[in-house]
Write a protein that binds this ligand. Structure first.
Ligand SMILES: Cc1cc2nc3c(=O)[nH]c(=O)nc-3n(C[C@H](O)[C@H](O)[C@H](O)COP(=O)(O)O)c2cc1C
Length: 191
């Protein structure tokens, strides 16, 4: 009987709905650093309806799909834009849904790495900080440090997800590696 630990499954969540999002590009760049790790980019953010506590027991299909995707992942990598100094409303809304029902958050104990990206000088560092707080309160285990990409509109080789500065790629690789260590998927019996 052989026992091995399968490659961790990381769900990458972009807080942007924009087709040319620098945050989504940053997640693709992060995935490219992860050799033996399965990284899936979640694309359901736009379908999540507004959270209303009155109707929270009647789970919308899009929310059920999101919770299943999070539950099936060993870890999350979330990248947030910065809107007016914080995280975009649609990302917060999705995380509010994920945090319910109260006491049974699908985020509980889930290792989470955080990135942010912005054309500004600070790369959305405030949003990254706020995202960490939201995810901790919702039950996640947030890894430190996060990574914020400044001047993000100029940070990629044109038309690619390749970061121009090798130091940025190295920082992403370090974060993904820490996430992989924290994820520790269940042992599998093979053979
Ligand atoms: C409503 C709104 C508010 C914004 N506020 C900030 C901000 O506070 N700080 C910042 O660095 N960029 C701000 N931006 C610019 C975004 O960082 C920029 O649009 C970025 O490309 C969004 O990320 P994305 O490309 O992943 O969608 C704001 C953009 C919008 C639309």
């Amino acid at each position: 009987m052989n026992i091995r630990r399968p490659a961790p499954r990381i769900l990458a969540i972009s807080g942007s709905l924009r087709s040319d999002s620098v945050n989504t590009a940053l997640l693709r760049a992060a995935a490219a650093t992860a050799d033996d790790t399965w990284v899936e980019l979640w694309c359901g953010l736009g379908a999540i309806p507004p959270f209303n506590e009155d109707g929270e027991d009647d789970t919308p299909a899009a929310v059920a799909d999101m919770r299943a995707a999070i539950a099936g992942a060993d870890a999350l990598l979330v990248s947030t834009p910065e809107y007016n100094g914080s995280i975009p409303g649609q990302l917060k809304n999705a995380l509010d849904w994920a945090s319910r029902p109260y006491g049974d958050s699908v985020l509980t104990g889930k290792p989470v790495g955080i990135t942010s990206a912005s054309p500004g000088d600070y790369g959305g560092a405030w949003a990254a900080q706020h995202l960490g707080k939201v995810l901790e309160i919702a039950g996640g285990t947030v890894l430190e440090p996060s990574f914020s990409l400044p001047l993000a509109d100029q940070a990629f080789e044109p038309g690619t997800d390749v970061l121009r500065d090798p130091a940025h790629t190295a920082a992403l690789a370090t974060l993904v590696s820490a996430l992989r260590t924290a994820a520790r998927p269940a042992l599998a019996v093979v053979g």
